[in-house]
Structure formats: C-alpha cells, structure tokens
Design a protein around this ligand. Sequence first.
Ligand SMILES: CC(C)(COP(=O)(O)OP(=O)(O)OC[C@H]1O[C@@H](n2cnc3c(N)ncnc32)[C@H](O)[C@@H]1OP(=O)(O)O)[C@@H](O)C(=O)NCCC(=O)NCCS
Length: 190
Amino acid sequence: MPYQRVAAISSDHQVSIVGDGTPLPPQIQSQEADDDLFAEDAWVEPSIHIDYGTNVKLGKNVFINFNCTIVDTCLVTIGDRTLFAPNISLYSGTHPLDPEVRNGTQGPELGGEIHIEEDCWLGGNVTVLPGVRIGKGSVVGAGSVVTNDVPPYTVVAGNPARKLRDVPRGTNAATTSGALAAMERDKGQP
Ligand SMILES: CC(C)(COP(=O)(O)OP(=O)(O)OC[C@H]1O[C@@H](n2cnc3c(N)ncnc32)[C@H](O)[C@@H]1OP(=O)(O)O)[C@@H](O)C(=O)NCCC(=O)NCCS
C-alpha cells in the first residue's frame, strides 16, 4: 500500500479517536530528515517506573537506559546530554523517621527536589537520595548511593558517594576513549 494512503488512513483514525480535525503535518521525504525531527529529544529505554510523571523534567538529548525508577514526590530535573546507565533510582520522596508520625500509609510524605545538571553520566545501579543536586559535567560511579550534593565536574563513587577525582577537561577522544584505545590495540589482529 502506498505510503500516502497509509498516512491518510491514520489521519482518519486520529480524527475518529480524538475528534481533532487538524491536518497532519506534511510527509517528511527522507529517513534522515525524519531522524532530524527527533535529534534533540530525550531517549528513554523501557521499562521506566515513575510515581506521577508530572514532576519530572528532561533536557535535550537525555538518555535513560533500562529499568529506571523515579519517585517524583518533589521535582526531579535531568539536564541536557545527561546519560543514565541501567537500574538508576532517583528518590525525591522520604518518610518521617518516628514511626508514630510516619503512621504507615496515613502519615505525611516528605521529600526534596533532585537536580541532575547537564552533561552528567550516572553509572549502573546508582541511587540518588532526596534533596541532592549533582553538578554539571559530573560522573557517578556504578553502584553509588549519592547522599550529598556533588560539585560540578567531579567524579564520585561509593556508598556514600565520595569524590574520586576531578573530571578531566580539554582532553580528546583519541587519548581518553577506551573504545578507541581498544581499536588501536587490536589493529591488525585477526
Ligand atoms: C566511576 C568510574 C567512571 C571511575 O573510573 P576511573 O576514574 O577510571 O576510576 P579507577 O578505576 O581509576 O578507580 C579509582 C578508585 O576508585 C574506586 N572506584 C572506581 N569506581 C568505583 C565505584 N563505582 N564504586 C566504588 N569505588 C569505585 C576504585 O576501586 C579505585 O580505588 P583504589 O584507588 O582504592 O583502587 C568507573 O569506575 C565507573 O563506575 N563506571 C561506571 C560504568 C557503568 O556503570 N557502565 C554502565 C554503562 S553506561
């Protein structure tokens, strides 16, 4: 079936489902042009689990890998170009420590905003606790529990996460990328 015909059918379906007669935008002519439309969108791999969804803001080119959990009792923001490895948990909610105040599901829920600024990379199985801000350009090692703010351009790891080093700046891929180094090492090998 010609592509235009398929578009016409889905347009009819759209009208019958939502009652919105606005015409669809013109057809994009090439795959590249179509890809360009989404170049700056956030990319979220399923599955993802979020309490409300209305309290989460993603920047441009954010990548969230499998099995992310976001408890968005309070606002959670993730800045442009930030990368999440699998199994990341962001917990902006918490409960009173005193069990009589906590009172099962009848007590108050507390929380603090989580802000992960632009150009960060969080390794696998990282947990971020309520009220934490991770500064731009920072790296959080796999398995870390981030309990305090992380200054910009800092590598932290561990439970609780502690500073390992400053993020190197002004380097180039040929000397810092493990993938390129491995290609160089394997050159000429069968
Ligand atoms: C944080 C990370 C980037 C640091 O890399 P690095 O700067 O090369 O660090 P090193 O390997 O030189 O380790 C420095 C020290 O920190 C420790 N360390 C490194 N990563 C750690 C982690 N995730 N948790 C606890 N300690 C860690 C090392 O044991 C080492 O300690 P030592 O000096 O006592 O031996 C890396 O270890 C990491 O965790 N990467 C995440 C990988 C990942 O999650 N990938 C998923 C796909 S995106």
